[in-house]
Ligand binder design. Structure first.
Ligand code: L3W
Ligand code: SF4
Length: 442
């Protein structure tokens, strides 16, 4: 069994509630920090741990915290990004729903480290039942003296507020989230300035993902150096992976970042293999925004070594697979899946979710959806495949926020790795049409 740091107590009945959480070692890290550590020491431990942001970008958390500007007399904010909307990603939901106090404890420690007295959890609107769970955890923690004024007699004050989003994917982008939190339309801002300098209400703000902030708890409990012994290389610790698609055991798994992709897909401890003995065709290992990888590149590197579930191995220097660990939304496709249809579905999603501020994204996502629909329904031409390639190329790198790239990459990767399938739709229009209507399969 792989070692666990976040979900090790998830099986305990009643762990959602303060008493059970506390009886099982909860708030020991908060106690350690408040009694024995300075804010700088906490930041140092997080740096030593090598923790990287779990929301998608993998940016070093300790480094981000050390960027936080500290002008005299200006409040600082911590914002927990719980707007988990990336298709295929549902690991933060699991944490918030089943072990909410792990997040509240992580927020307390992180707020203390950053000198933030007000912290917001911005939660995806569709997670309609979770704010109540978080509110209950917050009020239990407050009653036990872990929130409010003069926490545990240290003089440190902290209030945590839960803010619901209204169902817009773009509000998971940190600056759009901040705009939304300020009561405005969730349009991303141009960076720099980064939130660490000018964030919420133009004040220094750290925005971190739910899993990132929850992970601060085991880091403090075992120490940054010990945490860094988990995993390998620049992928230290454990990572939550939400696995879905054509696998026998979809769900949320905590993996130590030292197992192979093959082990993750086929072992009984994790996904349990592919149903009905079907062959693996491809995988999107990090949420819908990261490029699709065909099975041959997914399981082995160009050197014939096992591909690992790590930031480095999945991106392979950004070259061979061109994909990423992303948010850990692991989507498996078996041999029956149509990559063109799949790509069209994603294109529709990004078109719908584009905020419309920049023309390459606003117009390009719509064009990609239209051209993909034409090809998928057997009405496309070979020139349309080149047109599609051209459109995605004009979006990538030319937009305000990463949604443009996120829309372009899946299309580019699908054409790069599965061009024959696009061509098949053009050269077999009648079969493609039947398949599009769900009347025929491979
Ligand atoms: C201060 C600097 N701060 C960078 C901070 C920056 C941000 C973090 C990472 O997009 C990706 C996206 C999705 N001074 C700084 C600095 N920072 N330089 O570091 O920044 P960045 O720009 O690399 O990424 P991002 O804008 O946060 C995140 C991809 O993740 N994604 C995930 C989506 C996940 C969800 C979800 O449901 N959880 O939506 C999937 O792959 O496409 O590329 O905080 O401020 N000099
Ligand atoms: Fe809006 Fe798309 Fe531009 Fe991002 S890239 S700011 S979502 S139009």
């Amino acid at each position: 069994m792989g070692r666990k740091l976040l979900l090790d107590k998830a099986h305990i009945e009643g762990i959602r509630y303060y008493k059970t959480y506390r009886d099982n070692g909860g708030y020991a890290a908060a106690e350690k920090v408040l009694k024995n550590m300075s804010p700088d020491q906490v930041v140092e431990e997080v740096k030593k741990s090598g923790l990287r942001g779990r929301g998608g970008a993998g940016f070093p958390t300790g480094l981000k915290w050390s960027f936080l500007a500290k002008p005299e007399g200006v409040p600082r904010y911590l914002v927990c990004n719980a707007d988990e909307s990336e298709p295929g990603t549902f690991k933060d939901r699991y944490l918030m729903e089943f072990i909410p106090h792990l997040l509240i404890e992580g927020l307390l420690i992180s707020s203390f480290a950053l000198g933030a007295n007000t912290t917001y959890i911005y939660i995806r609107g569709e997670y309609a039942w979770i704010p109540d769970i978080l509110e209950q955890a917050i009020s239990e923690a407050k009653e036990a003296g872990w929130l409010g004024k003069n926490i545990q007699g240290t003089g440190f004050d902290l209030e945590i507020y839960v803010q619901r989003g209204a169902g817009a994917y773009i509000c998971g982008e940190e600056t759009a989230l901040i705009e939304s939190l300020e009561g405005k339309r969730g349009n991303p801002r141009i960076k720099p300035p980064f939130p660490a300098v000018k964030g919420l209400y133009q004040c220094p703000t750290v925005v971190n993902n739910v899993e990132t902030l929850a992970t601060v708890v085991p880091i403090i409990n075992i120490g940054g150096e010990e945490y860094a012994k988990y995993g390998t290389g620049k992928s230290t610790g454990t990572k939550l992976i939400s696995a879905c698609g054509n696998i026998n055991k979809p769900g949320v798994y905590e993996i130590e970042m030292n197992i192979s992709v093959e082990e993750f897909i086929y072992s009984e401890e994790y996904c349990g293999g592919i149903p009905n003995g079907k062959r693996l065709k491809a995988c999107i290992p990090g949420g819908s925004s990261v490029p699709i990888v065909p099975a041959n590149l997914l399981l082995k590197t160009a050197k014939g070594e096992a591909r690992m579930m790590t930031y480095e191995s999945l991106s392979d220097g950004g070259f061979a697979t061109g994909t990423m660990m992303g948010s850990g939304g692991f989507i498996v496709l078996d041999e029956d899946q149509c990559v063109v249809r799949h790509t069209m579905t994603l294109a529709r999603f990004y078109h719908h979710e584009s905020c419309g501020q920049c023309s390459p994204c606003r117009e390009g996502t719509g064009w990609m959806e239209k051209v993909l629909k034409k090809i998928e329904t057997g009405k496309g031409t070979l020139e349309d495949i080149d047109l599609l390639w051209d459109i995605q190329r004009r979006i990538e790198g030319n937009t305000i926020c990463p949604l443009g790239d996120a829309a372009a990459w899946p299309v580019a990767a699908a054409i790069r790795h599965f061009r024959d399938e696009f061509e098949w739709h053009v050269t077999h229009p009648e079969e493609a049409q039947l398949r599009s209507f769900g009347l025929a399969h491979y």
